[in-house]
Write a protein that binds this ligand. Structure first.
Ligand SMILES: Cc1cn([C@H]2C[C@H](O)[C@@H](COP(=O)(O)OP(=O)(O)OP(=O)(O)O)O2)c(=O)[nH]c1=O
Length: 203
């Protein structure tokens, strides 16, 4: 689609998510993938925005700290985190199939919010820009059978809130308000805005 723009830095994606890898390529910049092993436990009293921004920053910092910060390294490390929030209840990835079914029961017929935090850290000087977006998602009312059949596909297991809007989970979603890519795990237009603060312009 787009080609790399000269004089722009390499982005280092601190993620093992294939979805984030695909989405970050839309920016047309060179990308390296370095999954982070940051601790993802958060204090009980953190709000959803503190959770996603805090974890995005932790993921990016963990990878940045492993890199040699040689002078003139203009690479920017990008970390991201996504959670689902239903009436204040935070849902990460399901622990097992039963947990996935329970989450989908609670989401069924209701509106929830998807929060994604994105943190960018420049290797050369540790300049950091962190932000998040929120998207509202209305899920269809689902029957017991629909939930069981969906969970049996295995798709929910590595996704916050136990569904993937970009896959079969699309069939569960009635409508959304806000950025679609935020739900999938990387709000690319927010990332483009953040990169402007490093004098990187895309597209
Ligand atoms: C709600 C929703 C979430 N998700 C995904 C996005 C995230 O990958 C995942 C939430 O887990 P995260 O902990 O945000 O990310 P991750 O463990 O997959 O990857 P990494 O930490 O290495 O970057 O849920 C979807 O793919 N589709 C959806 O519709």
């Amino acid at each position: 689609m787009s080609s790399a723009i000269s004089n722009n830095p390499t982005l280092v994606l601190a993620s093992s998510s294939p979805r984030r890898r695909e989405l970050i390529s839309l920016l047309g910049l060179p990308v390296r993938i370095v999954p982070s092993n940051a601790d993802e436990h958060t204090p009980e009293d953190w709000t959803p925005d503190q959770i996603v921004e805090g974890l995005a920053l932790r993921k990016a910092s963990a990878v940045k700290n492993e890199m040699m910060s040689g002078n003139g390294d203009s690479s920017i490390v990008v970390g991201s985190d996504t959670i689902v929030v239903l009436n204040g209840e935070v849902m990460g990835k399901p622990r097992d199939e039963q947990d996935a079914k329970d989450m989908l029961h609670r989401l069924s017929g209701n509106v929830h919010e998807v929060y994604t935090g994105v943190s960018c850290i420049r290797v050369s000087d540790s300049k950091t820009v962190t932000a998040h977006r929120v998207t509202k998602v209305k899920m269809r009312a689902l029957t017991e059978g629909q939930i069981s059949r969906y969970v049996a596909t295995g798709e929910p297991m590595d996704k916050a809130g136990a569904y993937g809007i970009q896959e079969i989970g699309a069939l569960l979603v009635e409508s959304i308000e806000g950025c679609y890519f935020n739900v999938v795990g990387l709000p690319v237009s927010l990332l483009a805005l953040q990169l402007e603060q490093f004098d990187v312009t895309v597209p």
